[in-house]
Design a protein around this ligand. Structure first.
Ligand code: HEC
Ligand code: HEC
Length: 445
């Protein structure tokens, strides 16, 4: 972490105290100065190599901070980076509630029986947990350092470029207002040019480089603070209003809630319980599972020969692949291949207008919540489609499901053959629609 005398970050809701603005006075719209700064950077397209892409390009508020472009969602569900023609390999999860995830760790299940003890991984950000939170004390802050420099996303060649552009921007709350000295760097004359080309290098003195590294940490903390602010993680859905006793759920929504908890087993992973300090439910237990989601035939990564030498044979091994990259976790990799992080379901149904197509699952295979619920219900009850690469719409029409993208470690104990009726599937979908923020104002009620 940058400067522990000025910053104190704790798990859960991030609290960052900046002496420069120690009053913590809320900005006009209810955000604190650091949250306001984080918001400016979240929406700033100049913080990309082509000055054409911000975090919000892939995490739009109108869709619950996930992918806002319908044409992408309908197909590969993977978003194009700042450099045209470059695509990553996964669907953007929601950036809301990301800061509530604990630092990646494992707990030993069945620890009373050492022979059978299994390591259950919990926390982190990204589908595979690789933004662990070990560096900055919160996974969302570790995460925020990735996209700016990812060649498939904002693609700036050097963290110094992010700092230089954020320091030259005219934000309502400037970086140096929140983090004293954050912009005290002597920039080389060619910094603009160096930051506009792939592989560009910004030459700095050792002390300027150290300052840049610290400021890059502070940028990440500010973005995570914004993601944790009431504007992004609002706990303002109809379901929150219902928990607060302010509104009743409809008959169908109530049936959906009961099925979510009971016969559908959804709450086994998408937790309905309050958090340790009485926080509202997050709809995730931050663990990882392989649901056997099929390949998304339209994933553009299959065709990214420069970044994906395996082509159509590439499979997404999720948590297991990340664990394999860590000496301390390597031994746990095989049993975690194919597992992806349980996403929050808050805002899963949020869309700018009815009928707007969103994509679901780590690779965006599903295009409707009904399709997701039908998959949980019938994955093991229907025959396997002959073609591995069968789109959701065709699988539904043919009455089959394609084989899983990763066919080991698939969870067969909780999902796959739930015996839900069509009306029960619809009720669960209706319940999911009560999780969209913006229904009421928890502060002003
Ligand atoms: C080109 C699209 C794109 C851009 C730009 C982008 N993201 Fe993402 N974001 C993604 C994808 C894809 C993932 C999932 C990647 C993975 O799991 O490997 C992701 C994951 C995340 C997550 C993890 C959420 C979770 O629950 O694990 C957060 C938080 C996030 N992004 C915030 C940001 C921020 C902050 C920025 C700007 C600094 C940003 N993103 C820029 C596409 C994008
Ligand atoms: C065993 C744990 C588990 C259970 C039980 C479970 N889920 Fe999930 N859910 C996950 C995981 C893990 C993912 C991500 C899987 C992937 O993309 O590969 C997920 C993804 C989803 C998504 C996609 C969200 C997004 O943002 O892309 C929805 C919607 C969803 N689940 C709803 C439900 C519903 C409804 C039920 C009950 C019928 C349910 N889940 C039961 C673990 C679970």
């Amino acid at each position: 972490m940058g400067n522990s005398s000025r910053l104190s970050t704790r798990l859960g809701r991030i609290t960052v105290v900046a002496t420069a603005l120690a009053s913590g006075a809320a900005w006009a719209d209810g955000l604190t100065p650091i949250e306001t700064l984080g918001r400016s950077m979240f929406f700033d397209a100049d913080l990309s190599i082509g000055r054409n892409q911000s975090c919000a390009s892939c995490h739009g508020p109108e869709v619950g901070f996930t992918g806002p472009v319908e044409s992408f969602n309908e197909a590969g569900a993977v978003y194009e980076g700042s450099v045209a023609g470059r695509f990553g390999n996964r669907k953007p999860p929601s950036a809301a509630y990301a800061a509530t995830s604990p630092i990646l760790h494992f707990v030993l299940e069945r620890a009373n029986n050492p022979i059978k003890a299994e390591a259950l991984f919990v926390g982190g950000n990204f589908w595979d947990g690789r933004a662990t939170g070990e560096r900055l004390g919160n996974p969302a802050a570790d995460q925020a350092q990735g996209p700016f420099l990812n060649p498939l996303e904002q693609a700036l060649p050097d963290s110094a470029c992010v700092v230089q552009r954020a320091c030259s921007a005219s934000y309502p709350v400037a970086l140096a207002d929140v983090f004293a000295g954050a912009c005290d760097v002597t920039w080389p004359a060619d910094v603009e040019a160096a930051c506009s080309i792939d592989g560009g290098v910004v030459l700095l003195s050792a002390s300027d480089r150290a300052r840049v590294d610290q400021t890059y940490d502070e940028i990440a903390l500010a973005i995570a603070a914004y993601e944790d602010s009431p504007e992004v993680s609002g706990y303002s859905s109809k379901y929150d209003a219902y928990l607060a006793g302010l509104v009743a759920l409809s008959q169908q929504e109530k049936r959906g809630l009961n099925l979510f908890r009971g016969k559908g087993k959804c709450a086994n992973c998408h937790t309905l319980d309050a958090g340790p300090d009485g926080e509202p439910p997050l709809f995730t237990d931050h663990t990882f599972d392989n649901l056997g989601v099929p390949r998304n035939p339209d994933n553009p990564f299959y065709g990214q020969s420069l970044f994906n030498p395996l082509g159509a044979n590439w499979i997404d091994s999720g948590l297991g692949a990340f664990l394999a990259s860590r000496i301390d976790y390597q031994a746990y990799a095989p049993v975690n291949l194919g597992k992806q992080r349980v996403p929050t379901l808050r805002n899963v149904a949020k869309r700018p207008f009815p009928g707007f197509v969103k994509a679901f699952g780590h690779n965006g295979y599903f295009k409707s919540l009904k399709g997701v619920v039908h998959f949980y219900n019938t994955r093991d009850a229907k025959p396997t489609c002959p073609d591995l690469f069968t789109r959701e719409v065709d699988a539904l029409a043919q009455g089959c499901w394609p084989a899983p993208e990763v066919d080991i470690n698939v969870n067969v104990s909780e999902i796959g053959d739930l015996h839900l009726t069509d009306a029960q599937e619809d009720a669960i979908v209706a319940f999911l629609a009560t999780l969209s923020d913006g229904y009421f104002d928890p502060a002003g009620q």
